[in-house]
Design a protein around this ligand. Structure first.
Ligand SMILES: Cc1ncc(COP(=O)(O)O)c(C=O)c1O
Length: 483
């Protein structure tokens, strides 16, 4: 189909001093360069364009002559002018073929090999740590977003409030004080694009390449990825069923990464004694503690213990939280609680890495918290998840208990099942993926060879019917793999 000539895109201003022929020439050149007039397309005849634009025919003739002179159009007698092909640099197949991973920096190549587990839209069954989409109050959320969008003319319009929208920082500081024993002022809250961007900023701002970071083993691969990408040397802080083994590493660390309220992936809670020991060790070394508190809102057994940050407020403990689990991951909002003296140092780091949060979403989230929707949502989801969790555990033990042992975690919205014999858990997770079951291999969480094989499984995003079907399929996959 022939494209209509975009005459409405030509703007001529008769009040300007510049001659109309010059203006028309520039407008046509702009349309050709921006490919709005593709090569080979025909321009209108001089008579038609002059009449459409209500200018003299000579004006059009002069503009066309100039374009022809510069090679933008070609003209031949009695024919309408056509747009010429614009020059471009030829890229040889050889050059194109070389554009592989090896052309990235050493860091880029390292990062391109880091393991991640994302999932696919619609494949919710057993996705670790994924909250339930069906029970999220999307109507309320969209009303709040719409309301804030309408108010975006002024303070939500530009790149302002780099460390976070003040009413949201206030709401988070209040919430953390009441629910997690975090002791901070709103000025200590720095909003990020999810916890992952906090890890990236902290890795870059707290450590230099070659510095040692004491990282949980097994531990969250997202945090290891951010720390290792910034050049840190990761030393294992071993965690097993007995807790965190605080046997100091050979080199004193610059930072320590822990998930004390719900260890990722094993789901343990760090005892008060270990917390105090860890703070003491960090103090001796002048090391930072990065405390990742990602899903402790959902606790199903055992007593919650206040955050490390609250045991040593305004010190070297940086508390990191996220809305990925209590609301949803794609919201991409998280935060860190930093020492008051350091808050302003993060403005440039957030700006240079572009990791400051979207303001309209932040404002809507502040309303969501302040108007009581978060508390109501959490109350409702705790009840739903508790039911889903016990249903999942019952089915799992009946159908997979012969091959796998389920760890009963204190909190969180995922569980770990360990194979009773050593197997290739990645192969099993891949086979499950093909059947629409999104489990993550436990070995992915280990960086060193002493791996345990198992599966990390979420129970929150699937209702009973989905859980029943997925469990049957998973049992068949495991049975086939293990005979
Ligand atoms: C241990 C841990 N920390 C943090 C996060 C949250 O990351 P984000 O807020 O970047 O989605 C996750 C997400 O899965 C996690 O498993």
């Amino acid at each position: 189909m022939r494209q209509a000539f975009p005459v409405e895109n030509i703007v001529l201003d008769r009040r300007r001093e510049q001659q109309l022929r010059k203006q028309l020439y520039k407008e046509l050149r702009r349309l050709i360069e921006s490919r709005l007039l593709p090569s080979g397309s025909a321009l209108p005849s001089t008579r038609v364009l002059a009449s459409d634009l209500r200018v003299g025919r000579n004006t059009v003739i002069a503009a066309y002559d100039q374009l022809a002179l510069e090679g933008y159009i070609s003209t031949s007698l009695g024919m309408r002018p056509t747009v010429s092909g614009l020059p471009s640099v030829d890229v040889s197949p050889h050059e194109r073929a070389r554009l592989g991973i090896s052309e990235l920096s050493v860091r880029g190549q390292f990062m391109s090999r880091l393991p991640f587990h994302h999932g696919r839209p619609g494949v919710m069954a057993f996705h670790p740590g994924l909250p339930d989409a069906d029970n999220f109050p999307f109507n309320t959320w969209s009303k709040l977003i719409t309301r804030r969008t309408k108010l975006a003319r002024t303070e939500l319009f530009g790149s302002y409030f780099i460390t976070g929208y003040p009413p949201l920082c206030e709401a988070i500081a209040r919430y953390l004080g009441a629910s997690r024993g975090v002791i901070c002022s709103p000025e200590q809250i720095v909003i990020t694009n999810g916890a992952q961007s906090a890890f990236d900023i902290l890795a870059r701002c707290l450590t230099d390449p070659g510095d040692t970071v004491w990282m949980e083993e097994p531990g969250y691969y997202g945090a290891s990825a951010a720390l290792a990408s910034s050049g840190a040397r990761l030393m294992p802080l071993h965690v097993d069923d007995d807790g965190w083994s605080l046997e100091p590493p050979a080199t004193s660390p610059r930072a320590i990464f822990v998930t004390p309220s719900c260890h990722h992936p094993l789901g343990l809670t760090m005892s008060m004694e270990q917390r105090l020991n860890l703070i003491r060790l960090a103090r001796e070394w002048n090391a930072w503690i990065i405390e990742d508190d990602y899903d402790s809102e959902y606790r199903f057994q055992g007593q919650p213990i206040p955050a490390l940050q609250g045991l040593a407020p305004d010190s070297r403990v940086i508390f990191v939280g996220t809305f990925a689990k209590i609301l949803f991951p794609a919201m991409r909002l998280g935060y860190m609680v930093v020492p008051a003296a350091l808050r302003d140092s993060f403005v440039a780091a957030l700006s240079s890495t572009g990791q400051f949060g979207p303001l309209i979403t932040q404002a809507a989230l502040a309303d969501f918290i302040n108007e009581g929707h978060l508390t109501r949502h959490l109350r409702r989801m705790r009840r739903i998840y508790a039911e889903r969790r016990s249903y999942f555990i019952g089915l799992f033990e009946r159908q997979l208990g012969a091959w796998m042992e389920l760890r009963h975690m204190d909190s969180g919205i995922q569980l770990v099942g360990r194979f009773r014999t050593q197997v290739d858990d990645r192969a099993i997770a891949n086979a499950a993926q093909i059947q629409g079951i999104n489990v993550s291999p436990l070995s992915l969480q280990y960086r060193n060879p002493t791996r345990q094989s198992g599966l990390l499984m979420g129970f929150a995003a699937s209702d009973q019917k989905t859980t029943r079907r997925a469990m049957q399929r998973l049992a068949l996959i495991v049975e086939n793999a293990l005979g």
